[in-house]
Design a protein around this ligand. Structure first.
Ligand SMILES: *Cc1c(COP(=O)(O)O)cnc(C)c1O
Length: 336
């Protein structure tokens, strides 16, 4: 039997219709700006996020790092929430590529405008120059939590008043849109740069976008070049991205329903503690021994990820049905 893979929403494989769109894509050399399908995807993304321009990059990591590189100088400090992907999961790229160090705001990933206030260093030559605030929505490490909208507005106001730039790591921004009904463009208001991934819940094989003003995206374009992210006939990938935007966004609510279904089925199970009610497509569990639990689950046919000595993550996505969820819940209960 095919394992039910709940490690991440990145494990999805493109279906027949997406592959057909890729096969039929009109292409050109995107390093010359001549790939019509890439250009169309970039226009769609800019419009969805309410920005002037957008740029296709190979990964969410490159999106974050090119955005940081374009908006900082070596020696600057960037404010980010605890466990932010840009700080924790990108191989220290901000330090290595941009010479930037992080100041951690708040606890658990979400933070407040007053946390931002208290993270800004005095303008004295002893301190790093605080330059940018990075906010992650939904927040991955904490289990796909949605940043409270009013707090985002307050953070944007505070950061702007302090003259700080703002970057939104919206790898799963459309999950926040699906969970709240607040459009991505509203979430993105006031941010100088916004990234999102095509290759997660939206179901494309590759690709992320960075959006912002035309002037900033010009600088991000240069950073992408520097990082080796210029691609040639990338329209084949962009076609999958257009398909993902056209068909993937409306479907995310299904993933959220499946995450709640899994949480409901595991609530009260012996040896499993539900760490929080799922807000989007992730379920965080606490068990006695995460590694042992993960391998017993794998032997039973369900793949989940260890997130710490006792913590386990299950993520719903395009390639799991509600029947898969019911079967997975049964196997996870047995594995505990
Ligand atoms: C996955 C993820 C990224 C990075 O995306 P890759 O395509 O894996 O490089 C960045 N930020 C967040 C919040 C993510 O979840």
């Amino acid at each position: 039997m095919r394992p039910i893979d709940l490690r991440s929403d990145t494990v999805t494989r493109p279906g027949a219709a997406m592959r057909e769109a890729m096969a039929k894509a009109e292409v050109g050399d995107d390093v010359y700006g001549e790939d019509p399908t890439v250009n169309r995807l970039q226009e769609m993304a800019a419009e969805r996020l309410g920005k002037q321009a957008a740029l296709l990059v190979p990964s969410g990591t490159m999106a974050n790092q090119a955005a940081l590189r374009a908006q900082t100088q070596p020696g600057d400090a960037a404010i980010a929430g605890e466990g932010a992907h840009v700080q924790l999961y990108e191989s220290a790229a901000a330090a290595a590529i941009s010479g930037v160090q992080f100041t951690t705001a708040g606890r658990g990933g979400l933070f407040t405008a007053s946390d931002v206030e208290s993270c800004v260093y005095p303008s004295d030559s002893h301190y790093p120059r605080t330059r940018i605030v990075c906010l992650e929505n939904t927040h991955n490490r904490s289990g796909g939590r949605v940043f409270p909208f009013d707090e985002v507005r307050a953070i944007v106001e505070t950061a702007s008043a302090r003259g700080l730039a703002l970057h939104l790591d919206g790898a799963r921004l459309f999950n926040a849109e699906a969970a709240t009904g607040i459009p991505a463009a509203r979430w993105a208001e006031g941010f100088d740069s916004v990234s999102f991934c095509l290759s997660k819940g939206l179901g494309a094989p590759v690709g992320s976008l960075v959006a912002g003003s035309s002037e900033l995206i010009g600088r991000v374009h240069r950073a992408r070049k520097m990082l080796g992210g210029g691609m040639r006939q990338a329209g084949i990938l962009a076609a999958a991205g257009i398909y993902a935007l056209d068909h993937g966004v409306a479907r995310l609510e299904q993933d959220h329903r499946n995450a709640r279904r899994l949480a409901d089925a595991l609530r009260g199970a012996d040896g499993i503690e539900l760490l929080a009610e799922p807000e989007t497509n992730m379920v965080l569990l606490r068990v006695a021994d995460a590694e042992a639990f993960v391998s017993r689950a794998a032997r039973g046919g369900v793949r989940v990820g260890a997130m710490g000595p006792k913590d386990v993550r299950a993520v719903t996505h395009l390639d799991v049905t509600s029947d898969d969820i019911d079967a997975a819940a049964e196997i996870l209960r047995t594995a505990a």
